[in-house]
Design a protein around this ligand. Structure first.
Ligand SMILES: NC(=O)c1ccc[n+]([C@@H]2O[C@H](COP(=O)([O-])OP(=O)(O)OC[C@H]3O[C@@H](n4cnc5c(N)ncnc54)[C@H](O)[C@@H]3O)[C@@H](O)[C@H]2O)c1
Length: 343
């Protein structure tokens, strides 16, 4: 019989890509998602009927425990989280609830099952920031700087403690910045695409010098599947791409692609507007991902320029979805940003 994988946050950006790939691989897939503003079952419309869905909140322990007892998962892959740094600065409480308490509930519920593996999806942001040199490996100290990254560090450490204390087969993954189709348009790449095609100013924090490592979402999921298949309980795996870019270079690349696919009167880059920097903005993240390559044979395959081209094309082809999400975001932007901040 096929193994049962329980995916939390499976209606989110990365979780839904995992669900699509897991269904293709023939796994029995069960999704738990509370369908927050960031969750959307439309991301799973192409595989409707091929997975089981529970509309549940990970912060509700009795509900989570009942689902675990009913489903009896072999594998848990835990994506459900509040995931946007800017929101964590404005509204931090939800981050501790979902990311810390939610994770604790899942780990507790897992203790009563016969799990083969619990993949705890952490992030590169737990390491804090780098200067222009060097990389974080899995033994680097955690120095998280935003309420989001602190909540993820707590999630990450809770997983470790359940391995050490209870022998639960927890494996931690720390991916870098993901991008690709279906990402909620409050994150950098879809925000830039939306603003550009709407003819609005494109906001760039500070001088756009901050550096991130960019991982195409289907590559990230392939890395996580490799961890499910071959990873060792108690271990941590960075999942990077080696594709580091300054934010301003990411924005310029998107503008160049749009100039080709949807030429306007002026180059899109003329819309770039530098705005007040995010408080506590980490300068650079960069991962040493040699462990997952060496031990599990995984290497991200999508070059940044190719992945961004596919992403821009996807948003142009799915403009109605993008517009619909932005309608909702407008209220949030209006509540939280002054017009001069142009968010
Ligand atoms: N996006 C990135 O670049 C990135 C990088 C590294 C790690 N991560 C981590 O990967 C995971 C997925 O990220 P994403 O970008 O897909 O996030 P997302 O915001 O797109 O999706 C999160 C999903 O979790 C659900 N959710 C949130 N709180 C919940 C709760 N309490 N109970 C049940 N469901 C809940 C939401 O409804 C949504 O469907 C997160 O844990 C995030 O911290 C993301």
């Amino acid at each position: 019989m096929a193994e049962t994988v329980l995916v939390t946050g499976g209606a989110g950006f990365i979780g839904s890509e995992f669900v699509r790939q897991a269904v293709i691989l023939g796994l029995r897939v069960v999704v738990i998602d509370k369908l927050s503003y960031a969750g959307d079952l439309e991301r799973l419309a192409s595989i409707k009927g091929k997975f089981t869905f529970y509309n549940a909140d990970t912060t509700d322990f009795q509900r989570i425990r009942a689902i675990f007892q009913e489903v009896k998962p072999d594998i848990v892959v835990h994506f459900a989280a509040e995931s946007h740094v800017d929101r964590s600065i404005l509204e931090p409480f939800a981050f501790i609830d979902s990311n810390v308490k939610g994770t604790l509930n899942l780990l507790e519920a897992s203790k009563e099952t016969n799990l083969k593996v619990f993949v705890n999806v952490s992030t590169d942001e737990v390491y804090g920031e780098l200067g222009s040199e060097g990389y974080f490996n899995e033994n680097s100290a955690m120095m998280p700087n935003s309420p989001y990254s602190v909540s993820k560090a707590a999630q990450d450490m809770l997983g470790r403690s359940y391995y050490r204390t209870y022998g639960l087969p927890v494996i931690t993954v720390r991916p870098c910045n993901n991008y690709g189709p279906w990402q909620y348009p409050e994150k950098l790449i879809p925000v830039v695409i939306y603003k550009a095609i709407s003819g609005d100013a494109i906001p760039v924090y500070g001088k756009g010098d901050n550096v991130r490592e960019w991982l195409y979402v289907s590559d990230c999921v392939e890395g996580i599947l490799k961890v499910v298949e071959k990873g060792k309980p108690g271990e941590i795996y960075n999942i990077g791409s080696g594709e580091e870019r300054k934010n301003i270079d990411v924005v310029s690349e998107i503008c160049r692609i749009l100039d080709r696919l949807l030429p306007g009167k002026k180059p899109y880059e003329s819309l770039v507007t530098f705005v007040k920097d995010r408080p506590g903005h980490d300068f650079r993240y960069g991962l040493d991902s040699s462990k997952i390559e060496r031990e599990l044979g995984f290497k991200a395959k999508t070059p940044f320029e190719e992945g961004v081209f596919r992403t821009v094309k996807w948003y142009l082809d799915n403009r109605a979805w993008l517009e619909n999400k932005v309608q909702f975001l407008r209220d949030f932007w209006a509540r939280n940003y002054k017009p001069s901040e142009n968010k």
